[in-house]
Design a protein around this ligand. Structure first.
Ligand code: BG6
Ligand code: MG
Length: 220
């Protein structure tokens, strides 16, 4: 099956926001006197805001009401958005622009499939708002990765069957979501270790576009 659309995760694939997420969650954890470190932060990759909070609160002996959880998530997001104000096109990760240009030249559709509700703001900050044919994000889905909903929605907006889509991801939850959607899964960065990724790369600068699009595959 030839690939006719590529769906990009946003955080960790298009732009590195990890440090901002870490700083914002660290600030909330410190205020609440909850243990939090970079290893726990890794588990938040690709996971929704409220599910991330649940992972953090699992390290506390205190029980939080729904209202308190909503307030903590809001406080975290306020700190995170303040940090996102610093984001600029210089923060686009290596290989992204070249890949977008190459895909456009081959008439391959491109989409964002992200769990983040801040997707529109991040795309604006890095100047890529009008570079995608579809955006599916945390604002338009009920179930976060590893559920396939966000990628299936992106494919539906593009009008491309899931099996013709390739997903580029930096999180195990995202690779699992892509496979659940029956899409090709490309793991980069920390997802390069995912056993179920179809292609594994350290970053997008060494991506073989023919291999991504399966143009050399002998079709029956
Ligand atoms: C994902 C990040 O892209 O978005 C997660 O990898 C984050 O770490 C999730 O929790 C939700 O982000 P936001 O911006 O809606 O809080
Ligand atoms: Mg990611």
């Amino acid at each position: 099956m030839k690939i006719s659309a590529v769906i990009f995760d946003l955080d960790g694939v298009i732009v590195s926001t990890d440090e901002y997420h870490y700083k914002a969650w660290k600030s909330i954890s410190d205020q609440e006197k909850i243990y939090f470190d970079r290893e726990i932060n890794e588990r938040l990759r690709g996971v929704s805001r409220m599910e991330s909070l649940a992972i953090i609160l699992s390290h506390s002996s205190k029980s939080y009401s729904e209202k308190e959880k909503q307030l903590l998530a809001q406080r975290k997001n306020d700190i995170y958005c303040e940090l996102l104000n610093k984001l600029s096109p210089n923060d686009i990760l290596p290989g992204v622009i070249n890949l977008l240009v190459s895909l456009k030249a081959r008439d391959i559709k491109v989409a964002i499939g992200s769990s983040s509700k801040n997707t529109p703001f991040i795309l604006k900050q890095i100047g890529l708002t009008s570079n995608f044919d579809a955006v599916a994000d945390g604002n338009s889905i009920k179930n976060s990765k590893p559920d396939p909903e966000v990628f299936l929605l992106a494919a539906e907006i593009l009008g491309v069957p899931p099996e013709e889509c390739a997903v580029i991801e930096d999180a195990q939850a995202g690779i699992d979501a892509a496979k659940a959607a029956e899409m090709k899964a490309v793991g980069i960065g920390s997802a390069a270790n995912c056993l179920n990724a179809d292609m594994k790369l350290s970053d997008l600068t060494n991506l073989d576009i023919d291999q991504l699009l399966e143009v050399n595959e002998i079709r029956s």
